[in-house]
Write a protein that binds this ligand. Sequence first.
Ligand SMILES: C[S@@+](CC[C@H](N)C(=O)[O-])C[C@H]1O[C@@H](n2cnc3c(N)ncnc32)[C@H](O)[C@@H]1O
Length: 602
Amino acid sequence: MTKIKDIPKVDRPRERFLKKGPDALSKSDLLAILLGSGIKGKNVQKLSQQVIQKFGKGFLDISVDDLQKISGIGQAKALQVVSAVSLVKRFYQEEKSNELIIKNSQDVLSLIYDLRDKKKEHLVCLYLNARNGLLKKEVVSVGLLDKTLLHPREIFHPATELNAASVILVHNHPSGDTTPSEKDTQVVEKIAQAGEIMGIPVIDFIIVSENEHYSFCEKLKKTGTDFDYVADGTQATLFDLLEIERPVYEMSVRKVEKHYFQPIQQKAGYFQLQNRRYLGNKHKLLGFIEDIISEKCGKIDSLCDIFSGTGVVGERFNTPEVKIISNDFLYANYVCLNAFLGVSKDILASVANKISHLNNLQSKDDNYFSKHFGGTYFSLENARKIGAIREEIDRIAENEDERSLLICSLLYAVDKVANTVGHYDAFRKKLDTVQPLKLLVPDFDYSRNKNNKVYREDANALIRKITCDVLYIDPPYNSRQYSDAYHLLENLVEWKKPAVVGIGKKMDRSHIKSSYCLKNATQAFEDLIMNAKCNHILLSYNNTGDSKDGRSNARMKDKDILRILNSKGEVEIFEKEYKAFTTGKSNGDDNAERIFYCKVTK
Ligand SMILES: C[S@@+](CC[C@H](N)C(=O)[O-])C[C@H]1O[C@@H](n2cnc3c(N)ncnc32)[C@H](O)[C@@H]1O
């Protein structure tokens, strides 16, 4: 068998092509160039001759499967050949056919000249195939254009029946002025979005009058009328163009200068709900939140704090007349929320006795807690005591309410003696936090808890089950997982004594990762909002830009937050300068805390 390298160079297909052009080559030579190489025992020329002989005139209808039946042609080569044939056929068809190809707005205008002098408003749709060939032109509606009256079905139902690949819409303004009205723009946005979802993109929306026209595509692309819809092999779509054009802030931001924070009186021997160091806690912003709720929502009858954390926000509005729904997916938070906002009977007297008993507990021996966390997160002595107290709570608590109050008291006490900067991502190198652990009694008026509910659920699951007047949403802003920062408290509350690993002594936390810290945060938020049944939505979300520490960057973009909230109603932003409690590695000290307020109307 002659190998291709044994053929004199001048006779090889490629060399001949370059020297004499394609007409000097036989069909099998041309195919040989496309195939590139043969296989052992069958050089490329032999292989191409075999193909040409086998398929003859049927070559143009050849399929990948047909080709793969020939030894020496695998899937890659078969695809190469069939793609080349299809490409040529496509161009050939376009040139020969009588199909009306719509390349640009001028082609559209030549098709709808009759619309220019109509006395009533019309909306006409051009249905196109993948080559931008016209399949059908149809009047979709007659009369004033209004997004509330026009249903995407009217446009996209015929499109699916016709197997259309895209659509162009044309609308006339009998007044003569082609400037788009607000209603026109709303219709364009709605239809472009529907097209994107249906997979049948809207290429252009053109407004015509007797003497002029306005093409959204040209305006958004900022081109003149010589612009072609398919440029560089890519079809223009209005959805993409609108996405690029949409301004980040569509509404004004209200800056709030007022100073709110007032220290609270503490009673000796007692602790209050806000006496806890917690990342992102809103204690110092309560006045800011309260002012917005009182201005925008008036008298409220229920509030759901769906990412409660410490629960300070729910607590601020907690009265017998207002039902507070609190929720946090961390067990440690749930127990404290229940202790303060769930328990409805005043059991403080018996709890105070038990707390005194716990404080007097002797703890000389090592236990699970001291073995893992003594000498690092806590002094060894405190760690022994924490482990022993935790064990004792399960023994002495007579019911769930008592258990919640006792564990909550322990958690607040633990927080005071932890050798950390306020969270448990790591412990401080120098162990100088040696004050002895002391449990205090909760200071709380339980007569306020009338109809409250406390949950430990994923916010997106809970939202499907509840209704409320005001929904307050305070999700994590960045990629830092709360389950990592508070693993130690979670472990202490659950008390399943799991294996802990690494320097941080963390247990398996894979089941308590929040979507709001991940790439799909926006999707999770959209799902939450779409399923919310409430009258008012308040979202706390900060303005952390791109920081050096990538973990601090906000997960959701303002543009997406606004788009999502806008689908429920009008949005207003309130902004307040604020120095937050961060993890120590602050990303800048000029944070502004913002509340997006949305009055639900849709
Ligand atoms: C920014 S903090 C809330 C702070 C709270 N407003 C306060 O003042 O203490 C966010 C809270 O959401 C909780 N969380 C995160 N993802 C969650 C989810 N998918 N479902 C429920 N809670 C979640 C975290 O455990 C954390 O406590």
